[in-house]
Design a protein around this ligand. Sequence first.
Ligand code: FEO
Length: 395
Amino acid sequence: MKRNIKNNVYWVGKIDWELETFHGDDYSVSNGSSQNAYLIKEEKTVLIDTVWTPHAAEFVDNLASEIDLESIDYIIANHGEVDHSGALPALMARIPNTPIYCTANAVKSLVGQFHHPEWNFKVVKTGDTLDIGNGKQLVFVEMPMLHWPDSMATYMTGDNILFSNDAFGQHFAVEELFNDKADPCLLWAEAMKYYANILNPFSPLVKKKIDEILALNLTIDIIAPSHGAIWREDPLQIVHKYYEWSQAYQTDQITIAYDTMWEGTTKIAHRIADEIARLSPDTRVKVFNIARGDKNDIMTEVFRSKAIAVGSPTVGNSILSSVAGWLEFLHELKFKNKKAAVFGCYGWSGESTKVLRERLTAAGLEVVEPEIKCNWNPDADILAEATRIAEALLR
Ligand code: FEO
């Protein structure tokens, strides 16, 4: 099961083709995923991260078939989240005194989750090193809020491998392990989805941390994240892409997202799309029914967009719960520098556009003045107002 990465470094993780969701049901997984763990066999034997709890027994059995578990000198826990630490209890039951190198916050996280304060934790900070023999060292780099307060990366000198944990990962099953073997369209789509839906709120920190890492002038031959493809071919391409994504990323795209009760709001959504396409044929336009689409995929399209339009009919003096939930997620993701417009039908009280406007403003979007608030079903005059929304979003 172990797979060679470079010299004496091996992948010992789990590729999970059946995973459908992550973070509970909050993140849709469309192309499988992996929890990448790594084994280094220099003069010292080092395990970097483990796998998610359901795979713990398989992981420990596989590891024991490759090496004597007692021969593991050090465990590195780059991050305490359970998809990387879930096999620690089963492993530590076999080798209870093995030191675990991690950040101070990771100790809190691991003790809080597994209730083993007696584990032999060794707290590390940025710049701390661990000699692993044969002239090689591990260098630790704290990565707070990328994406948890406890996150860190580990750099291996000599082989020049950055074990970056969640950063630069993708929820993407790559049996061949490496980026140069992966389907490039899926690889980049999954890398962007991961960034948009997990890392975007921390974009200012991403830029700062990348600046800090690049300033170290480290030679990086491989970036080995904890999910998805290992970046072996031109590894810095994903670093440069993160740098671009972290700076209020947008393309010439407008995304329209809505839900409807009796199709009136649907008609407005498509008329806005038509008007954008008519006025600006080069602008990419995408239209999604929030209740029927995948919320993470729609959010990735928002990430690519310079503007969005959001629609809901009025229900119960407010908006549809599907749209409300989606807007809560939008708020969490802290997108910057995007315009928004609102639209929706109503029969009686008509609060939906006001509620949409308030929630989009609170989420940090610049809401343009033109809107469509349509009593009952839209007629030709109402639909003609879509031109003003399209013009405002394109301006
Ligand atoms: Fe892949 Fe934050 O865990």
